[in-house]
Design a protein around this ligand. Structure first.
Ligand code: SPV
Ligand code: MG
Length: 431
């Protein structure tokens, strides 16, 4: 009897999957792979049920003899383990980022005479509706809110990219790359105070009020599913912060990061060039504790951001604050630096981790941008935020276009570097 392998990465079985199983059964004994959570989140599908539940679901399907976990998106390990005579897959992987994974499978199979069977993908209204319903489920506040905590359990580094509008949210949601047989994408979105203010042409001094900031969140949540980390600046008055926590929970936001500053907040990247006052440990601890008390769900996180290195108050002050804020109830610590050299960040993380092995650490490598996610993770970092790069890349491109149209008295000269009208109108999904 021949062995047939097919890998599933779905939470709902529809006629397309049953069709693949049918085709597989005709060829021999069917083993189904369940793509692991770890691999699934790098692909564009966050699970709505657990890995164990998916295994159970696949096992219950007619004709399935065995279910194994496929740890990686690429098939190398399962092919070595199972040595299947056939691998069956929907033909939708012939194009897009998955095509290189398909090519790799074909190469591995041909080395021992195995065969790849591409089954025509089932496209119909019913299947489309199931896909859409799964996506919409992930967009619901109760699913989105808990997703950051789930990610912290699933992945060594939660890769987070700035979003300040529906469009930038879509870019973070949909950008998937293939690199050396692996798929990759961002895990979460950062609603930056700097970029939200900049998009409105305003300075980053807590001038854009919470009503407007929440409107930005809604613009993003309407078109995306990924979890949101909200830049809460100083959190404002403690009496106001407790309301902000409740509103953010209701909106489906996963975490707020508040910084230990008081008075007129200026952007941290100004450092000591401008007057900025750090809150006392007691004052800021009380704000964290009040926020935690107001919080209604177990999913939400309040992360304390420490400005001691930015304000040149030293490592010891930063560490003292970190331990005090965790004691006050903070669910995570963000440590910031504006040095190009990442060594003070690494030193902080190593020293913090020596005493606290668990509390998530967040960093924003804008200035210290030579260090990789993997290197940061080796120092105990859990969340890496790319806080402003989308805004900083868009601005010069738009400015140059404006300059060139003024110079040429027409738009022909800039057209080659613009996104086509067709691409821009198909970028947005319609219901
Ligand atoms: C932001 O993105 O608004 C931040 C990070 O707070 S930083 O600009 O580096 O202070
Ligand atoms: Mg900010």
């Amino acid at each position: 009897m021949k062995t047939v392998y097919t890998c599933f990465c779905t939470d709902v079985i529809h006629e397309g999957h049953l069709n693949i199983l049918n085709e597989a059964k005709k060829l021999g004994r069917v083993i189904v792979g369940c793509l692991s959570d770890k691999a699934l989140i790098r692909y564009n599908k966050f699970p709505t049920i657990s890995q164990e539940e998916r295994v159970k679901l696949y096992r219950s399907l007619p004709g399935v003899e065995e279910v194994v976990i496929q740890e990686q998106m690429h098939y190398g390990d399962v092919i070595t383990l199972i040595h299947p005579d056939y691998i069956v897959h929907g033909d939708n992987w012939k194009t897009g980022p998955e095509s290189s994974i398909r090519e790799h499978v074909e190469k591995l199979l041909s080395a021992y005479g195995g065969q790849l069977i591409d089954v025509p993908y089932t496209y119909n209204e019913k299947v489309k509706k199931i896909d859409m319903q799964l996506r919409e489920k992930l967009a619901m506040p109760e699913y989105r809110r808990k997703r950051l905590r789930q990610l912290l359990e699933m992945t060594p580094v939660v890769k987070t990219m700035e979003a300040h509008s529906g469009l930038t949210g879509l870019i973070v949601e949909k950008t998937v790359v293939e690199n050396e047989g692996k798929l990759d994408q961002f895990d979460a979105m950062w609603v930056s105070s700097l970029c939200d203010s900049t998009a409105k042409g305003k300075p980053d001094i807590e001038l854009v009020d919470m009503t407007s900031r929440f409107r930005t969140i809604e613009d993003i949540t309407e078109v995306t599913t990924k979890p949101i980390i909200f830049d809460g600046d100083t959190g404002g008055l403690t009496e106001h912060f407790v309301y902000t926590v409740r509103s953010l929970e209701r909106l489906g936001v996963s975490a707020v990061i508040i910084e230990d500053k008081t008075g007129l907040k200026k952007n941290s990247l100004f450092g000591t060039e401008v007057q900025q006052t750090q809150a006392t440990i007691e004052e800021f601890s009380a704000k964290i504790a009040a926020g935690k008390k107001a919080q209604l769900t177990d999913d939400f996180m309040i992360i304390a951001r420490i400005e001691s290195l930015i304000l040149e108050r030293g490592m010891e002050d930063a560490l003292n604050r970190a331990f005090a804020f965790v004691k006050a109830g903070a669910d995570g610590i963000m440590i910031h630096s504006r040095k190009k050299d990442p060594s003070e960040i690494c030193e902080f993380c190593d020293k913090f981790r020596a005493e606290d092995p668990k509390t998530p650490i967040v960093v924003v490598p804008t200035s210290f941008n030579t260090i990789t996610e993997e290197e940061l993770a080796s120092h105990g970092v859990n969340i890496v935020i790319y806080a402003n790069q989308l805004t900083r890349s868009a601005f010069p491109a738009m400015q140059q276009t404006a300059v060139d149209i003024l110079k040429n008295h027409r738009a022909k000269e800039v057209d080659d570097r613009l996104m086509s009208i067709k691409d821009i109108i198909t970028l947005i999904d319609e219901i």
